[in-house]
Design a protein around this ligand. Structure first.
Ligand code: PEP
Ligand code: MN
Length: 340
């Protein structure tokens, strides 16, 4: 961290900064320019750093405090030299691949889930999605089948061979979800549910971490750091649209963030064009854009009969539409030297 003092800072004030750094157990390096004095703190720990930064920012003779290291060290590019895949069974998510995770928004019945699972497998999806615990904005909306839904997901995996991605809505659900699923999804509304993040971290299971729709990249990566600091680096980041003033789409897919995250973190980053756009007609085009901009995959909602779906009916693809989308994606992936 570098502390830039105001022009009129006195020697006594410089000394105060130096002693605060030294008292915290770190080295201080003073550099006097013609106009300004700056103090560098050397060897600070990730726990001490934010405390010192806040304290110095509040001092009237300090102009600016500039952190040098990222506040999310385990998931940052500073921790590794290259981007790393997350493995789910024999499926690798990222880099140089484009992994499609597909299935219904919610598990509704055996018949519905099996039809969706077979359709997405036949069209080339590598993982099956489906919610058993649904985070719904209204308490009157369909909340999911709970453990019954998890059992159906496990049966769909046996039948199709596709590993299963499903959401845990609370820390207390992680153990149950981990018993049936292959990947734990942390939903957008739960991105800062720190107890859930820690528990997902302790489980050691691969985690899909959705970006909160009002969260910055830094907050998203700090959320990932919670999972990582509990001992689990198997994290797949998922951009699922953020809230803007725009009403023509459900959320706004923040595609430019994909290359930004790829620079900042070694974790794979996928995109969810279904929740971002809210309309099935936009899912294919946004998915192709996601592949082109460098995303490692996509999470897509597919329902055998979306008109009868219990949630997110307007955005779920029909099996035929998904098949067509996958055909076009494969052509694009081949042109971009990406495996699908
Ligand atoms: C979902 O994937 O079904 C879901 C609820 O997503 P999000 O948390 O992004 O809204
Ligand atoms: Mn949904």
């Amino acid at each position: 961290m570098i502390v830039i003092l105001r022009r009129d800072a006195s020697e006594e004030q410089v000394r105060r900064i130096v002693s605060a750094i030294e008292e915290a157990g770190f080295g201080a390096h003073v550099s006097r320019g013609e106009q300004r004095t700056i103090v560098g703190a050397i060897g600070t720990s990730p726990e001490a750093r934010p405390i010192l930064i806040e304290r110095f920012k509040g001092l009237p003779f300090v102009d600016k405090v500039v952190p040098v290291l990222k506040p999310y060290k385990l998931v940052s590019m500073e921790a590794k030299t290259q981007r790393e895949p997350v493995r789910v069974g024999d499926v690798s998510v990222g880099p140089d691949t484009f992994t499609v995770i597909a299935g219904p928004c919610a598990v509704e019945s055996e018949e519905q889930l099996m039809a969706a699972a077979r359709a997405v497998r036949d069209a080339g999806a590598r993982l099956l999605r489906g919610g058993a615990f649904k985070p719904r904005t209204s308490p009157y909306d369909f909340q999911g089948l709970g453990e019954e839904g998890l059992k159906l997901l496990a049966a769909a995996r046996r039948e199709t061979g596709l590993p299963v991605v499903t959401e845990a809505r609370a820390a207390g659900q992680v153990e149950l979800v981990a018993r049936y699923a292959d990947v734990i999804q942390v939903g957008a509304r739960n991105m800062q549910n720190f107890d859930l993040l820690k528990e997902a971290g302790r489980s050691g299971m691969p985690v899909v971490l959705k970006r909160g729709f009002a969260s910055t990249v830094e907050e998203w990566l700090k959320a990932a750091e919670h999972v990582a600091s509990a001992g689990n680096l198997n994290i797949i980041l998922c951009e699922r649209g953020i809230r803007t003033y725009e009403q023509a789409v459900r959320f706004t897919q923040d595609l430019a963030i994909v290359p930004v995250v790829r620079e900042l973190s070694h974790l794979p980053v996928i995109v969810d064009p279904s929740h971002a756009s809210g309309r099935r007609g936009l899912v294919g085009p946004v998915c192709r854009a996601a592949l082109a901009i460098g995303a490692d995959g996509a999470l897509v909602e597919v329902h055998p009969n979306p008109d009868g779906a219990l949630c997110d009916a307007a955005q779920q693809l029909r099996p035929k539409q998904f098949e067509e989308m996958m055909r076009r994606l494969r052509r694009l992936a081949a042109a971009l030297d990406r495996e699908m």
